[in-house]
Write a protein that binds this ligand. Structure first.
Ligand code: NAP
Length: 294
């Protein structure tokens, strides 16, 4: 069994991006600028946004954090998004999800200009991804592809089972693993909460990508020998004995599944850090495209 070490690979990617940014600085060019909008004060969201902003600093990007109160109206958020769309200094931006109930997430996703949509959530970018066109690939699926590529995991002709069909992870992942090319060329089964006999399906899989957010969902008896197991899930489990009052766990019973798997991602230290690295990669791409347009 080999660990797919997202922490190490994400650090490699950040070093590569930093080297690019250093070259931009030497040439006297503007460096990439990422803005992140957060509405409300959800603990997990603040943590995610904080680490995105810190990672920007680490690679030499400019970053802007826009914090808005949980009472922000949809109109106020849409106005802020329009300002960011118009701001020539900002190459790309994200709006951290989930949003408070009074805000329609779909309207927000539609409002972000596709050229600045480094999350790859806008229908135009999602459509391009589905059509194998060059675009911003959502950071978590992009990070999983990068991990598979850097560890040279064979995906051609393999049966990939994706658990979860969310628009940000499961659905795009299923499309990407089925595309022509590598990583891809898999035969994909997309499963969800209405899937019957899920154990029967996962136990036939060569590659399992689990993105549902249920701790210890994927057990050893659901996995065949030598399967590749990618655990996207991140759940905070309350635990007063820990300094933060919780610990993080994935969807996979790591202790037992790792004994059968050929490759497996840990949680934390697997897909999570890759997501941030690929957001930075998308921002670098946004800067390059922005420069070529102006
Ligand atoms: P989501 O929007 O809640 O979607 C969960 C999916 O899992 C849904 O499609 C749901 O099916 C399915 N599901 C729920 N219970 C199921 C069951 N018992 N059997 C089969 N499928 C089931 O979640 P998400 O945003 O994709 O996130 C999933 C997990 O990944 C969460 O733990 C999240 O924190 C984590 N995550 C991690 C990263 C990272 O960077 N590592 C990034 C994003 C998300 P239905 O569609 O039928 O409801």
């Amino acid at each position: 069994m080999e660990i797919l070490d997202g922490k190490k690979i994400s650090n490699d990617i950040k070093s590569e991006i930093k080297a690019e940014v250093d070259k931009m600085k030497e040439r006297g060019e503007k460096v990439p600028h990422l803005a992140a909008v957060i509405v409300g004060s959800d603990g997990a969201s603040l943590t995610y946004v904080g680490s995105k902003v810190r990672s920007c600093e680490r690679v030499g990007f400019e970053s802007t954090l826009v914090q808005m109160p949980s009472t922000t109206s949809e109109q106020e958020l849409l106005k802020k998004i329009e300002e960011l769309n118009q701001d020539d200094n900002i190459d790309g931006f994200i709006v951290q999800l989930p949003l408070p109930d009074q805000i329609d997430t779909q309207k927000v996703i539609m409002a972000v200009h596709p050229d600045k949509d480094v999350d790859g959530f806008h229908p135009m970018n999602f459509g391009k991804m589905a059509l194998d066109m060059s675009t911003f690939i959502p950071a978590t699926p992009f990070g999983i592809l990068e991990l598979l590529e850097r560890y040279k995991v064979d995906t051609k002709g393999k049966h990939t089972v994706v658990i979860g069909r969310s628009h940000i992870v499961g659905r795009p992942m299923s499309i990407l693993m089925g595309r022509k090319g590598w990583p891809g060329n898999s035969t994909v089964t997309l499963t969800h909460s209405q899937t019957k006999n899920i154990t029967q399906i996962t136990s036939q899989a060569d590659i399992i990508i689990s993105a549902l957010g249920v701790p210890n969902f994927l057990k050893a008896e659901m996995v065949k020998d030598d399967a590749v197991v990618i655990d996207v899930g991140i759940t905070r489990v309350p635990d007063e004995s820990r300094p933060r009052g919780y610990y993080l766990t994935g969807d996979v019973d790591f202790e037992n599944v790792s004994k059968k798997a050929s490759y497996i991602t840990p949680v934390p230290g697997g897909v999570g850090p890759m997501t941030i690295a690929m957001l930075l990669k998308n921002t670098l791409l946004a800067r390059e495209r922005h420069r070529s347009r102006s």
